[in-house]
Design a protein around this ligand. Structure first.
Ligand SMILES: Cc1cc2nc3c(=O)[nH]c(=O)nc-3n(C[C@H](O)[C@H](O)[C@H](O)COP(=O)(O)OP(=O)(O)OC[C@H]3O[C@@H](n4cnc5c(N)ncnc54)[C@H](O)[C@@H]3O)c2cc1C
Length: 503
């Protein structure tokens, strides 16, 4: 059997997706793969995407990056979770903290013991987040690196980063060996397809230069220059579930102490993010244009900044959904070119990372066999749909009726899987993670409880524990967590001591 290995890889786009793909693929394949990355300074990058989830730390391990050095370079801070304000009701707040909550006993997950305590004490028992080290550190604005809570079986702190989007792309670029990754600055004006099979053959730049390759990665952002512009792969619109379609973003001066978490605060027709970096805050207002004008959205954003705006607000339009085929012929789309579901749970950068992992594990030769691309597209769809369901839950499970937008959200039809999951939890307190889906049971638990979905029952085995033992079990966990958090410095202090960027 003859092998026709891919030797020339072309990446279109130098945003986070493009440079992440270049850095990871260059590391994975070494000199066997010649990578060229084309980016256009004239077009620029989307310039947002500053909150991440813990899986991003695997990139550092894979590339051999020192975490503190990276945080210094991207003026980053540490992220323990997301605070959701006013989502269930105005005045209500809950956390989606990373990491575990409590401990299971035998086969019975922790939430059942907590539910028993909660129901027994009629809502005055310590809340769910009393059993999360991340949540307690958030509440006290502290941060520490800790694998385990003392010598107990409780897992320690799981964290991610807030980072400057522009600087992160540049940082990843700096990790690429120029002998393996060649950067080409220029604007692509034409995509040429092979007559016999429609595979991409070459790209033409405005300068007239032709760049040919065996395999192409489309990281050109929302425009999907190759995947849609040339290959017409189709886009599945998910606005019936995720109605927001615009964002206005602006950086502001950082005035308050740095929080070790992202804030996502619901507004009249969408929500607003606040992301603390070392030198500024990143802010944005995601909204639904059917219910709010661009001027109103901008005014709302500016009215809720905690420091002076540092630039003119920037508008970004999008359609929530996914590319029907992210891998089509000899082209894979990554990042915004493959789809977008809005940044409520900071999932997009992670989805670039997991798509690159998927591509590496299914890497083709020059034939690009359809079985490989079908499997890639199947896995991509599962990942997108599970993230979509998680996001929809935040909107759909609101009790707000104060604006037409929130009344609309209450009426959104739930995707089938989500409807089943919510009903199972409501009736029994049970949550199951399906296959490789991104969010764990603990992530789902916090949003379900945070959005006010209270189970009617818990697992019957939770009643087997005598009440005094239950009190001891829960009380010990709370004490261990509190003691551990007390040993952490403030987040601001941690950054100053480990990774403060030069002024
Ligand atoms: C409002 C908003 C908020 C977000 N917040 C988060 C967040 O908090 N966390 C998170 O994980 N993700 C977030 N994201 C998503 C995140 O920003 C993106 O996933 C990430 O930045 C990757 O973007 P990209 O590289 O795919 O596209 P882009 O940054 O748009 O890069 C596209 C690249 O393609 C190049 N290009 C395009 N056309 C051509 C051409 N003709 N010739 C040559 N080059 C070309 C451009 O020059 C550029 O280099 C957010 C997105 C939006 C819209």
């Amino acid at each position: 059997m003859q092998s026709h290995p891919i030797q020339r890889l072309v990446i279109v786009g130098g945003g986070t997706a493009g440079w992440m793909a270049a850095a990871l693929l260059a590391k994975a394949f070494g000199p066997t793969l010649a990578i060229r990355l084309i980016e256009s300074d004239e077009i620029g990058t989307v310039g947002v995407g500053e909150a991440t989830i813990p899986q991003i730390r695997h990139i550092n391990q894979f590339l051999g990056i020192d975490e503190d050095a990276m945080l210094r370079a991207v003026r980053g801070t540490l992220k323990l979770g997301i605070e959701f304000n006013d989502w269930r009701r105005i005045g209500d707040s809950y956390l989606h903290a990373f990491g575990d909550i409590g401990l299971p006993l035998g086969l019975v997950p922790f939430q059942h013991y907590w539910l028993r305590d909660w129901q027994r004490r009629e809502g005055v028992a310590p809340d769910l987040w009393s059993y999360s080290i991340n949540a307690q550190a958030c509440r006290q604005m502290r941060f520490g690196r800790m694998e385990r809570v003392g010598s107990s079986p409780l897992t320690g702190v799981r964290y991610a980063y807030h980072l400057d989007a522009g600087l992160y792309g540049q940082y990843l670029r700096g990790t690429c060996d120029p002998r393996h990754v060649q950067r080409i600055e220029g604007k692509i004006v034409d995509v040429r397809l092979r007559a016999e099979d429609g595979f991409i053959e070459s790209l033409q730049l405005a300068s007239g230069e032709i760049v040919d390759g065996d395999f192409f990665i489309d990281c050109s952002g929302f425009r999907g220059l190759l995947i849609e512009g040339a290959l017409n792969s189709g886009y599945e619109n998910w606005q019936q579930w995720l109605p927001c379609d615009r964002a206005v973003a602006v950086a502001s001066a950082r005035v308050a102490p740095m929080r070790p978490y992202t804030q996502a605060s619901a507004r009249a027709a969408g929500w607003q993010w606040r992301i603390p970096l070392q030198h500024r805050n990143g802010n944005g207002h995601v909204y639904c244009s059917e219910y709010l004008s661009d001027d109103e959205a901008t005014a709302t954003l500016l009215a809720h900044l905690d420091g002076e705006a540092l630039a003119e607000p920037r508008m970004i339009r999008f359609t929530t959904g996914m590319r029907r085929r992210s891998w089509n012929r000899n082209c894979v789309a990554l990042g915004l070119a493959s789809g977008f579901m809005e940044p409520l749970e900071s999932t997009s950068i992670h989805m670039i990372q997991s798509a690159i992992n998927r591509l590496i594990s299914l890497f083709p030769d020059r034939h690009c066999d359809s079985a490989l691309s079908d499997e890639y597209n199947r896995q991509t769809r599962l990942e997108y749909e599970s993230v979509r369901d998680f996001l929809v839950l935040h909107y759909r499970a609101t009790e707000r009726e104060d604006t037409p937008f929130w009344r609309h959200c209450r009426a959104i039809g739930m995707p089938e899987h989500l409807a089943r999951r919510v009903e199972l939890f409501r009736q029994s307190g049970q949550i199951f993670r399906h296959g490789e889906e991104l969010f764990t049971e603990v992530g789902w638990l916090q949003v379900l409880i945070g959005q006010g979905i209270e189970p009617q029952r818990y697992h019957p085995m939770a009643d087997a524990l005598p009440a005094a033992e239950l009190d001891g079990f829960l009380g010990n966990m709370r004490t261990l967590i509190q003691r551990a958090v007390q040993t952490f410095p403030g987040h601001e202090q941690f950054v100053a001591g480990h990774c403060r960027a030069e002024a």
